[in-house]
Design a protein around this ligand. Structure first.
Ligand code: ADP
Ligand code: ZN
Length: 208
């Protein structure tokens, strides 16, 4: 199964992707994670994209498409894959559609005001990557990870200004993909304004 997760930041694409990955045993490919890892490791790619990510802007289509093409050519993606955060623009979608076989799309739906609430309260463990939320999933001790004792931090692009910018970019560049995929593929809507287990149930039901 080849799957695209489409939807605004904070909708829960990453969380659903890890559930789908365990269920179907296909790799979870997140362009955001690839860029963040590159930044953390200080690679050439990381140096190129750091300021773009921090501001909530988009990396260029050429660079992103080349990166994804390379990733999809790896042996573990032969039996299927979950794309999370790609494609994000019409040119990316067109490039993908040309190289991909059949694929399905999950369209994650969440209102902007909820996105802002979710992201601005998000805290991530520097050490193990576990995700907390100051209101809906607080750690026992403020700023400290329950699982490993690591330090919690706020992603630079989860600062209020960057969130608003990401939403603007989403509306302008990514939302038009809904129409694009409606015409090209099998697409299902997922209501993201519900608890994670209920969302997961909806996702697995749709995928069958
Ligand atoms: P979000 O939490 O906003 O869904 P991601 O983790 O998917 O974010 O991506 C984080 C950042 O990485 C984006 O704001 C953007 O700068 C960059 N990025 C990720 N995927 C793409 C893409 N397909 N095209 C361009 N830039 C991307
Ligand atoms: Zn931790």
């Amino acid at each position: 199964m080849n799957l695209i997760l489409l939807g605004p930041p904070g909708a829960g694409k990453g969380t659903m992707a890890s559930g789908i990955k365990d269920h179907y045993r296909i790799p979870h490919i997140s362009t955001g994670d690839i860029f963040r890892t590159a930044i953390k490791e200080g690679t050439e790619l990381g140096k190129k994209v750091k300021s773009i990510l921090d501001a909530g802007e988009l990396v260029s289509d050429d660079l992103t498409v080349a990166l994804v093409e390379e990733r999809l050519s790896q042996p573990d993606a032969k039996e299927g894959y979950i794309l999370d955060g790609f494609p994000r623009t019409i040119p990316q979608a067109e490039a993908f559609d040309k190289i991909a076989g059949e694929y399905r799309v999950l369209n994650f739906i969440l209102a902007h005001d909820i996105v802002v609430n979710r992201l601005s309260g998000r805290r991530i463990c520097k050490n193990c990557g576990e995700i907390f939320h100051i209101k809906s999933k607080p750690s026992q001790k403020e700023g400290v990870c329950d699982s490993c004792g690591g330090e919690l931090y706020t992603r630079p692009d989860d600062m209020k200004e960057a969130i608003l910018n990401r939403l603007e970019v989403y509306d302008a560049q990514t939302a038009p993909l809904v129409d694009f995929f409606q015409a090209k593929s099998q697409m299902a809507d997922i209501d993201c304004n519900q608890p994670i287990p209920a969302m997961m149930e909806d996702v697995l039901k749709v995928l069958g």
